[in-house]
Write a protein of this length. Structure first.
Length: 79
């Protein structure tokens, strides 16, 4: 799951925008780690309730990951 991250050319709000982007990227990395851990738990679970809880956790984390990714893209496109 290795991905290269290109650094955007920042326009206005340079430092604040770069700091926000850095925080978003850290959150993305952390969320990706949590998703991988949840998949690991899902793959080893045998109890139906536990499996269901992992499904909800994975869906929740994926929604968060998608939000963070969207925010990074919006930030890169901001004037």
């Amino acid at each position: 799951m290795a991905q290269s991250v290109r650094k955007p050319t920042l326009r206005r709000g340079g430092r604040a925008q770069e700091e926000e982007r850095r925080e978003l990227m850290n959150s993305l990395t952390h969320t990706r780690t949590l998703i991988n851990q949840a998949y690991g738990g899902f793959n080893t679970a045998s109890d139906a309730d536990l499996i269901e809880s992992y499904v909800f956790e994975i869906n929740s984390l994926q929604a968060r990951y998608n939000y963070l990714l969207r925010r990074v893209k919006e930030l890169e496109e901001a004037p």
